[in-house]
Write a protein that binds this ligand. Structure first.
Ligand SMILES: C[S+](C)CC[C@H](N)C(=O)O
Ligand SMILES: N[C@@H](CCS)C(=O)O
Ligand SMILES: [Zn+2]
Length: 326
C-alpha cells in the first residue's frame, strides 16, 4: 500500500472519529504503574528485552480506554543503545521489529474482540511506530534542551535515524511518530531521510517546548516547520511531552504556520529531571482538566489528541469520552 492509501486510512479514521482521533497516553508511565523498572539508559525500551507481554498489556489498556492510535514501545529503542547493552545487531533489529509486532497483535486482538459486539463505540486502531529523538537516545534530558553540541551535524542525525527507521518501516506500522524533536536540524534530518528512503508510510513530527513559544533549541516554530511543510511524507505536525497549559497557544501558532494536520499529546505538566531520571512535581493536570482541554484543542483545529508522560489510560478515557460525545 502506497503513501496515499495509507494517508487515506488515517484520514478515514479521523473522519469516523468526528474530526479528531484519540492518540494513546504515556506508554512508559503505564509500564511503571505495572512495576517495570525503567530507570535505565534504554528507559521504556528495556521492557522489550525484559517484559514484552507487559508491553502488549499496556497497548490493550490504551485500546480499552478508547485510543484510536497506539504508539509503539520503540521511543528509546535504538540499535546503538541495544548494542551497548551487549546485544548483537541482529538481536537489536529484531527487538525493533518486535515493538511493532506487539502493538499490531494487541490492536488485532482487541479489534477481533470488540468488532463482534454490537453497538460498540470503538474504531479499528492504527499503529504508529515511535521514533524518539537523538536526545532521547542520549538519555541526558537533551530532548528538552535541543542542545546536541557542535559536532552533531545533519548527516550525523540522519545516520543515527536511518537503520532504525528502515527496520520499523519494514515491520509494517500504519504510521510513523517522530517524538520530542527539540530543534530544526533534527526535524530536517527526519524529513530528508523519509524522502531518501522512499518511505511509503505517513508520519507525524512532534516537537517539545519548554517555554510554550519556541522549540527547546530557541528556534521559532516558523523555522522548524519550514522543511516539514514541503514534505509529502508528513501528514501532521505538533507537540508532544510539553505541559498542557502551553498547548492552546501552540495550536493557534501552528495553525498559522502550516496546512498539515495538527497533533498534540502533552504530558501532565510535571517536569523531567534528566540527571536524576525522575519527574518533578510542578503545575500538574488531572483527567478532568484534560477532558476540558481536549474540547478546546479540538475546536482550535487539532486533528489528533492524546497524552504523553504521566498521563494514563484514565486520561485517555476522559479525552475519548469528551471528543466522541456526539
Ligand atoms: C521523555 S523523557 C522522560 C524519556 C527519558 C529520557 N530520554 C532519559 O532517558 O532520561
Ligand atoms: N511514546 C513515548 C513518548 C515519551 S516522551 C512514551 O509514551 O513513553
Ligand atoms: Zn513524554
Amino acid at each position: 500500500m502506497g503513501l496515499e492509501k495509507k494517508s487515506a486510512l488515517l484520514e478515514d479514521l479521523i473522519e469516523k472519529c468526528g474530526g479528531c482521533a484519540v492518540v494513546d497516553g504515556g506508554f512508559a508511565t503505564q509500564l511503571e504503574i505495572h512495576g517495570a523498572a525503567i530507570n535505565d539508559p534504554l528507559w521504556s525500551a528495556v521492557s522489550l528485552i525484559k517484559s514484552p507481554e507487559l508491553i502488549k498489556r499496556v497497548h490493550m489498556e490504551y485500546l480499552e480506554a478508547g485510543a484510536d492510535i497506539v504508539v509503539t514501545s520503540s521511543y528509546q529503542a535504538t540499535i546503538p543503545g541495544f548494542i551497548s547493552r551487549g546485544l548483537s545487531m541482529e538481536e537489536s533489529e529484531s527487538l525493533l521489529q518486535k515493538s511493532v509486532e506487539l502493538a499490531v497483535e494487541a490492536r488485532d486482538k482487541f479489534w477481533d474482540k470488540v468488532s463482534k459486539v454490537s453497538g460498540h463505540s470503538y474504531n479499528r486502531a492504527l499503529v504508529a511506530a515511535s521514533i524518539g529523538s537523538y536526545g532521547a537516545y542520549l538519555a541526558d534530558g537533551s530532548e528538552y534542551s535541543g542542545n546536541y553540541g557542535e559536532d552533531v551535524s545533519l548527516d550525523k542525525l540522519k545516520d543515527f535515524h536511518r537503520r532504525r527507521l528502515q527496520v520499523l518501516v519494514e515491520a509494517g506500522p500504519d504510521l510513523l511518530a517522530f517524538e520530542t524533536i527539540p530543534n530544526k536540524l533534527e526535524a530536517q534530518a527526519c524529513v530528508e531521510l523519509l524522502e531518501e528512503e522512499n518511505v511509503q508510510i505517513p508520519a507525524w513530527i512532534c516537537f517539545t517546548s519548554v517555554d510554550g513559544e519556541k522549540a527547546p533549541s530557541g528556534e521559532s516554530f516558523e523555522e522548524c516547520l519550514e522543511p516539514l511543510n514541503k514534505s509529502n511524507n508528513i501528514y501532521a505536525v505538533g507537540i508532544n511531552c510539553a505541559p498542557p497549559q502551553f498547548i492552546e497557544n501552540l495550536i493557534r501558532k501552528f495553525s498559522k504556520l502550516t496546512k498539515k494536520a495538527i497533533v498534540v499529546y502533552p504530558n501532565s505538566g510535571e517536569v523531567w529531571d534528566g540527571k536524576a531520571k525522575k519527574w518533578l512535581p510542578s503545575q500538574c493536570f488531572g483527567d478532568d482538566e484534560f477532558e476540558m482541554f481536549a474540547t478546546k484543542w479540538r475546536d482550535l483545529g487539532a486533528k489528533l489528541i492524546g497524552g504523553c508522560c504521566r498521563t494514563t489510560p484514565s486520561t485517555i478515557k476522559a479525552i475519548s469520552r469528551d471528543l466522541k460525545r456526539r
